[in-house]
Design a protein around this ligand. Sequence first.
Ligand code: TAP
Length: 489
Amino acid sequence: MNIHADPQTISAAKGVFIDNDWRPAASGRTVPVVAPAEGVAFAEIAAGGAEDVDRAVKAARRAVEGGAWGRLSATERGRLLTKLSLAIEAHAEELALIEARDTGKPMKQARADMVATARYFEFYGGAADKVHGETIPFQPGYFVATERVPYGVTAHVIPWNYPAQMFGRTVGPALTMGNACVVKPAEDACLTPLRLAELAAECGFPEGALAIVPGLGDEAGAALSGHPDIDFISFTGSPEVGTLIQTAAARNHIGCTLELGGKSPHVLFGDADLDMAATVIANTMVQNAGQTCSAGSRVLVEKASYERVVEALAERFGKLTAGTPEMDRDLGPVINATQKRRIEGFFARAEEASVPVLAEGRIAEGVPAGGYFLAPRIYGPVPRANELATKEVFGPVLSVLPFEDEADAVRLANGTDYGLMAAVWSLDGNRALRVARGIKAGQVYINAFGAGGGIELPFGGMKKSGHGREKGFAALHDASTLRTTIVKH
Ligand code: TAP
């Protein structure tokens, strides 16, 4: 199979996946799937709607209440997740090809995404029977024990930037804890989640344990998040849709986790290992063409070392090249024409505000004219009030801002609505730790950033980056609720 394989061989593009079976959307409608590197449609997905969502939720309810899924032990669930991890490894190249065509990302990044996706199911498969409750000393004559129990039916609305990884990240812990999951992937990139659900069925996941309803956000997504018979919602995406999700959850009196993006800072002191820092900053910034919620899109630099840092960053950014998945360069195109126009809007407004461009990468020769390619850029010094210092661009754009001293660095790092990830670069360990502990972010690195995904590490936002935690054991907590049993003896 190659990346331009006949879309019909991508079995994922078959419809709505409910009770381990494909069916067309109830409306019979479909949505075209556009390859971002080409700007042309190469497949169609079902346009699921309220009726499909209702069927999926009912199937999930049957699965957890009296169905085979609800009767499995934690160990048996863990084995199924482990089997799925092995199946993903066995199909990694096929999945990476689908992912690369669907999202436009370079093949090496799509391959790395499949390694990470398999790892989610490996990690959670192993964890399934290692989640313990506790006993609580209470009044004489009582025995009290707590246990983590599934919510029941969980809804998962996921974005287009890492379709396979996001699937593993949200569905992995939910299945581990015994929930039945209904997933609404993004219309812009949803082929790998569909294929992964099919693989799960082949691995033996019982009917109803996992359903996928592709379609439009304001149809399938709204129907799922507002469905009266779901017990919990996990959402990753924009703050605007996050607000709709939280409102829908509140209306149903259920909980939700929201992962809404960021404007993650690197705080770079003059004594940092600049060679390492600049390389990590440039490479992680353009990963997925900058369309990563945790992208380190602000570099805050100690004033005295500003020129040196800018030179090191500009040197690296100048070499970065955007290309097609097959070209396998540093980054691919952005996801669609709307996103490209959105990012170009930032460029136009930066020009109007006379924010200097420090360096620009390039677009490889020979990319299709219709592809949504952008050369990566660094701006600096970016005025503190400029939108490039505060707003999430979600593209390959880095903003550099000088700071005066430690206190100013912390103030600046915390000076946006977001609080997802951060890094402090300094060889003075005490200072690095002091600054790191002053930053309001769910993950703070010292002399590193991203660490290859860190599936074992709790991940999620403070402030307007959202609430709840994904990854690690923390995700198992958020994918389950607590029952306390009180026995009088
Ligand atoms: P969203 O519109 O938030 O899409 C995320 C998911 O929500 C998709 O599955 C989407 O479906 C669905 N959705 C859309 N409208 C919905 C509704 N009314 N009810 C329920 N679900 C709905 O994000 P986007 O349009 O893909 O990207 C816009 C911006 O969001 C980006 O520029 C970026 O800033 C941010 N973003 C952040 C992240 C992360 S990881 N934090 C990821 C992606 C995007 P459809 O896509 O089918 O409409």
